[in-house]
Design a protein around this ligand. Sequence first.
Ligand SMILES: [Zn+2]
Length: 192
Amino acid sequence: MNICEICQKNQANIHLTKDDGITQEICRDCFNEFASKKMGIDLAPFESGIYEYPDKNGKIHRFRINKMVLPVGIGYEALEITKNNSPGYKVAILDDIDCDQDYLFFKLEAKIKYTLSKKYLKTGTYPNGMKYTGLKDDEVVGRFEYSEVNDELHNVVIDGKVFSWKQLGRILSAYEGFQFKLKIYDITDDVH
Ligand SMILES: [Zn+2]
């Protein structure tokens, strides 16, 4: 693990090549500092780190939250920390560079709480005793994730859990003869 060359505190995960050609390994917070000065925007104080939110069953979900100063705007990204590092919930939000950054964080937290409260899958048992996973309300929202065992098909993350494309197919097998609509959204969009 490389330590940030500027603050000497956080983990460095950004390679920054400055105008003079010098490259530095720095952390997200120090990059934000650098980028906001260059773009001439005031950066509201924010500490990247671990934040916890309960779902509706009271289970605590831990997220690593980073603020991001990007050429297209200011955003926050919350990535769930899971036991075995398998992909969990990911919530992100983006607004213009002149937005109210504290309010944007408030909106991120609201989005995290909504995401944790909304479930698309249900599990049940067939009369023969076999267990199944199905859609709760004939709709599903998730995100694509790279699959390490199959580079042709993505995995999907639904309700904070990873499924293979084949498993998703099995979940949808109850809908033979029905129509469906598949639409792609940016990770920062609201999908309701
Ligand atoms: Zn730093």
